[in-house]
Design a protein around this ligand. Sequence first.
Ligand SMILES: Nc1ncnc2c1ncn2[C@@H]1O[C@H](COP(=O)(O)OP(=O)(O)OP(=O)(O)O)[C@@H](O)[C@H]1O
Ligand SMILES: [Mg+2]
Length: 238
Amino acid sequence: MELEIQDISKSLDRIYTLDKVSIQVKDQEFVAVLGPSGCGKSTLLNIVSGLIPPDQGRILIGGEDWTGRTGRVSYMQQNDLLLPSRNILDNVIVPLLLKGIKKNRARDVAHSFFADFGLEGFEGYYPDQLSGGMRQRAALLRTYLFASDILLLDEPFVSLDAITRRKMQLWLRDIRINYPSSVLFVTHDIDEALILADRVYVFSARPARVIYQLDVTAIRGDEHSYNSAKLEILNKLM
Ligand SMILES: Nc1ncnc2c1ncn2[C@@H]1O[C@H](COP(=O)(O)OP(=O)(O)OP(=O)(O)O)[C@@H](O)[C@H]1O
Ligand SMILES: [Mg+2]
């Protein structure tokens, strides 16, 4: 499904947060957004999900105007937490229950994804009995089950240690072959963006404007171009 973010501007108490931000996510494309802390990345995802309305601009999904309306895209917010009182299976079925699917059916549907998400055998475990990486995979599965065609992911791996984080990046890259959603992914990590994304957008400090765009698919496998792109992005973020 195609997502078009058109000329989005937003201010709060006369402080500009987003300044005419336009981003296009094509069908099944993985787009990463990099930007300095506090520039407005989470605010943009809140607008795309419909949680807050923009001052200006439009959000189009499959050509339809969804500006200011919730319920269409899956959104994993920064520091999204699982419910501590529910086991993992009953955590990930929440979006299915919200859609009116009966509990037993929801459990069957969700369970069919457990092996691919590295959660098989842990259905009855509670969040605090799992590793950080498992909790993040469970949160990703819950997000995926809400609506599989467009995912908004706000720094999903930020709380993980470096090695787990790298494993999760490789896992997410591989699993996308079987689960080809359109993804808008926010991160601070240039390597993470370049490993995962087809295209990268770099934001300025607040108010966020798009200051750089890179087609990663064009340079994948070309170490020289990859390294110079990395330097270029680093310069833009400084
Ligand atoms: N509803 C809102 N409308 C406009 N601006 C907002 C709103 N809520 C918060 N802000 C402001 O947006 C600015 C950017 O916050 P935001 O959380 O979007 O940054 P971020 O890029 O996600 O930062 P980080 O990388 O640290 O997560 C902050 O200055 C905040 O005060
Ligand atoms: Mg944020």
